[in-house]
Design a binder for this molecule. Sequence first.
Ligand SMILES: *[C@@H]1O[C@H](CO)[C@@H](O)[C@H](O)[C@H]1NC(C)=O
Length: 361
Amino acid sequence: MDPAMPAGARMLAASAGVARMVSPWILACSFLLCSSSFLGSEGAIGVNYGMLGNNLPSPAQVISMYKAKKIGYVRLFHPDTAVLAALRDSGIGVVLGTYNEDLARLASDSSFAASWVGSYVQPFAGAVQFRYINAGNEVIPGEAAPNVLPAMRNLEAALKSAGIRVPVTTAVATSVLGVSYPPSQGAFSEAASPYMAPIVTYLASKGAPLLVNVYPYFAYAADAERVQLGYALLSQSGAAASVTDGGLVYTNMFDAIVDAAYAAVEKAGAQGLELVVSETGWPSGGGGVGATLENASSYNNNLVRHVGGGAGTPRRPGKPVETYLFAMFNENQKPEGVEQHFGLFQPDMSEVYHVDFGSSS
Ligand SMILES: *[C@@H]1O[C@H](CO)[C@@H](O)[C@H](O)[C@H]1NC(C)=O
């Protein structure tokens, strides 16, 4: 999550929709070509394991919690050999990120990329179920943006020569979107487009997904006067605030943001690209608008039911959205305010509020 993201970029709020055609993707999707996308009727749900706290449990304790709570997927913001060791033979799917600070060297120095793979992937391959490796988190647009695609290429080449098949990608914030409403009009911003266009075509050619961090909370908090709380929280009452975009009806902001990102990706020429929601969440405290225990509990439980049900989004009906909640713990070394209150658990391992991961299967 990027606290510096301008409120404008987070503005994905509801207003009147415009007429548009049914998604051309649906029309173009032949039974044979798309049938694999519809296998499995449930969306995978994971939780980000952020470590910006000086009072968090040991990696072994944390991975035991994932198992006990039946959380089948984890995202790590940076490589950590103690955590990766704890994940051995756990069966938990792992998204592994690089440090943003390493992007320049990963981009320019293929031997550094090879040693990165040699240190963090190769020793664990086979015993750890790597799902994706993401080169950088929320660096587009920005100074490090030109390094993302070269870093992805170097990491992929290093994995290939090590004989390891893990898709390589990057994680972006919705600030890559210049237009996000209505969803069908989603498009990358002028600042992001020169980097995003080649990245999404590259990912589509490799069959790798793009990771996107999706926060209805910030859009709501930036404009609580106009955005209906139920629409942001994916609650039943959100249906009253539903938005029609051409032939598609949106009853919650999560789907609207994901579909805006799908529209942007398609406009950039990457028709078949899949999106994975690498972060989403709602703070339970910290003084922000709507940041209460009850609202956070509603958002995350509604989300787990929605995503776990595998309905997909209006633009991609029946295509489950693999989604990672942010985050496992309240982290006391994040910036003060809501940023310290996104956790599902306290550092002492007690629940902040209950999320039923069993309901996703
Ligand atoms: C959710 O947030 C709104 C503020 O936006 C607040 O008025 C409401 O009381 C909160 N609901 C609960 C149940 O905490």
